[in-house]
Unconditional design. Sequence first.
Length: 547
Amino acid sequence: MARMIVQFKNQDYKSADRHEKLLRAHGATARQRLDLVAAFAADLPVEELETLAAEPEVAYISPDRPLAAHLDNVTAAVNAAVAWNYGYNGAGIGIAVIDSGVSSRPDLNSANGNSNDNGNSNGNGNGNGSRIVASQSFVYNGSGNLLSTADEFGHGTHVAGIIAGDGHDSTGSLYFRTFKGLAPGASIINLRVLDANGRGTDSGVINAIAWAIQFRNLYNIKVINLSLGRPAYESYQFDPLCQAVERAWKSGIVVVVAAGNDGRDNSYGNYGYGTITVPGNDPYVITVGAMKTMGTPGRSDDLIASYSSKGPTAIDHLVKPDIVAPGNRVDSLKGSGTLVDSNPGNDVPLAAYMYHGQPGAMSGSYYTLSGTSMASAAVSGAAALLLQADPSLTPDLLKARMMKTAYKVFPRYSSVRDPATGITYTSQYDIFTIGAGYLDVQSALLSTDKASGTAMSPVAVNNNLTNSLYMVFDSTALWGSSGAWDAGSVYGSQVFVNSGNQLSSTTALWGSTAMWGSTAMWGSTAMWGSSSSVSNEATQITITGEN
């Protein structure tokens, strides 16, 4: 038996009983209904796969694939304080953190001590003044029992702190540094999909997204953060996880996704290109890569993290990531669980933020992690600020403004040496590495640009005759046209920073000087995904980051 996700052509949930009968006729056992994508997660005899796929009602069959978490100076680097000075802190905005769970912490309480939890039976909020207003688990143990909503890994709590921590445990006369999230007044909706080892499944995430859509009005859920992913094995048009995030986007929820931590992967000679993970490969969502703040509040010295996954996306060749944000060695809330307990060296030293902090003493409140997970959280918090300032923003317009106003001044190249392996990684600052640029909350907040089209990420098309790439925009997209949303305005005037390779709707994106050849990226095998997203190196990056 194999655990599969079977999508059906009939989108009417009332057809679910008929669909389940069809599965049983093929010897399958339905495990979970996935109404959001008109599907079932089911255990299916392998010998029945082809015959079931041939049924007229069946749209697509894929494995219920495992996925995993993508394992201060952040707010200063993206100019978040400007929004705070205007009075915006994300208050009233609900952000669904679909992760390993979120632990209650003082930094996630309301400033007035009152709970934002409305006590709804569907929510199971934490109460006691917590801004974690609702919690729901989608993780089952081996016996088929639903696990608690507690964070048993430590990843989700850290992510929630970057989004909405208010710095409670680092504020006051004893402290010279405060660890505050981007939207310290926002509400957190805790949707647990990852187990104590940071692992989950497509079906769990799909049902969590469906829950967020169902209760979006009750909790004013305007943003979903997905700091997780897996390799791509099919086009986003068929991938059930991508179908789910599109449903959320079209329901009015901004979906922010980590790009992945596989930018160092050279398995196919691609220098980390083509490693964007699912569902960050979907054209609608905001896909986020990771920058390094270099330990300073200013952004002029910030560099791309070499491990940040690069586009174009596998199979569909979309231009991704869409934007980059701080993600390396980020100090945020310390959760509890496997990740935290196994790496006590990542506790933040008290001397790093407390006057007269005893040398060698470590914080019980804050912890350091790295990766595009952290960068995604920063963008989710920024989205809450923009939505509080302008509640009329659609997901597409918010994405477009973020991308157009992103900071676009970078070096052409940067290198870093991994002290553990001695390997030097060189990154070049092209649109497949930094997207439209570096998140700038101030500029996005001040933008008044309007548009009615979609903000779907464009496709990079290879021209074998000229060995170059071109951007092709969807017919519904707002970019690519002249005026405020022309390609140069959104992505900058140069594909290679400080080079003569100009970008417009009619010129090549990528010339023959690329680090990789055309056959490597556009062949029939290299872009069909790999297991690199669950590699030991990608996991280790979460703990160590890079210099």
